[in-house]
Design a protein around this ligand. Structure first.
Ligand SMILES: [Fe+2]
Length: 305
């Protein structure tokens, strides 16, 4: 009887050991499985974000800004300016893409095309084909623009020559009056803040009270150097809208001295309004995240409209 009891207890202990082992093993297996699933989920999410950031540079949006100001003459009501910046033509932005972009801008039928610099990226090789493609831009009041830091690094003199050879007016430290009937607006430009010197006198010297003046400066930080209210609107690029942002809310890397202030869109500086385009192309890495490329369309409106 005792022997039988001891034998039964041994069996029960053995079964308990086996069951316990199975349960413990199962829990370990489940935890291992969950850990692997978590890792796979994170990997999948990161892959999706990477693929999206590779696609976003191709998602060019057309952003329209209706800009009202009391100095805009009535005949300029509805005057349409297409503004693009930071093409970065070269290894990350091909001639085919640029030709497609030019076609898209022409379809907008702008009155004037303004270019915000950083036409090329890297060496000077892309300069000839970049401006050959841009020569296809059509606007009755002309095509004009300033250089950016990357243009000066690639060869500022070559870029200026290519602009002139392809019918693009160089706005660096100069200006033009654009006429409609008997009224006019001033379109000026300054050379790049980082790689050149700036002279605003050519734009402001003959301005009278009540004239509407628009300035193109590659770098938006130039707005903070203004000491009076003569410039009514400034157009800039340079920031790429942060290029890689935290869901459009914050950009960890911005090439400006003003933090997030001039990341993108319309910003009020002390002496002027600044519109900062997110640009067209990219620098390294050739990715964008919640900062899609843009063609800006600025429609001038007289104050009462
Ligand atoms: Fe740029």
């Amino acid at each position: 009887m005792i022997v039988r009891y001891i034998f039964d207890m041994k069996i029960i202990r053995t079964v308990k050991r086996i069951c316990g082992g199975i349960i413990r093993g199962s829990f370990r297996g489940i935890f291992r499985f969950l850990r692997r699933r978590k890792f796979l989920s994170v990997l999948l999410l990161l892959s999706c974000l990477l693929v999206y950031s590779m696609v976003e540079p191709h998602m060019v949006s057309i952003d329209t800004l209706r800009f009202s100001h009391p100095d805009i003459p009535k005949v300029f009501d509805g005057f349409k300016i297409a503004f693009i910046s930071d093409i970065h033509a070269g290894k990350y932005y091909s001639r085919t893409r640029l030709e497609g972009l030019v076609q898209r801008i022409n379809e907008i039928a702008p009155d004037l095309v303004l270019l915000g610099g950083d036409f090329v990226h890297g060496d000077s090789e892309s300069i000839p084909w970049c401006f050959a493609a841009l020569s296809g831009l059509e606007a009755p009041s002309g095509v004009m623009g300033v250089l950016g830091n990357h243009d000066n690094w690639a060869g500022g003199a070559l870029v200026k020559k290519a602009m002139r050879d392809n019918g693009i007016f160089v706005l660096d430290n100069t200006s033009v009056w654009v006429y409609r009937q008997d009224d006019r607006i001033k379109i000026g430009g300054v050379a790049d803040l980082q790689t050149d010197f700036q002279d605003l006198k050519e734009t402001t010297a003959d301005l009278e009270t009540g004239d509407f003046a628009l300035l193109v400066s590659h770098n938006p930080d130039f707005a903070d150097t203004l000491t009076n209210d003569k410039i009514d609107l400034m157009l800039s690029g340079h920031t790429h809208g942060g290029q890689l942002t935290f869901f459009g809310l914050y950009a960890p890397v911005l090439p400006t001295a003003s933090g997030q202030k001039y990341r993108s869109g319309l910003v009020r500086a002390e002496h002027t309004s600044v519109y900062i385009s997110r640009g067209i192309g990219t620098i390294t890495p050739p990715l964008r995240f919640f900062a899609p490329p843009e063609i800006s369309v600025i429609v001038l409106q007289t104050e009462e409209n």
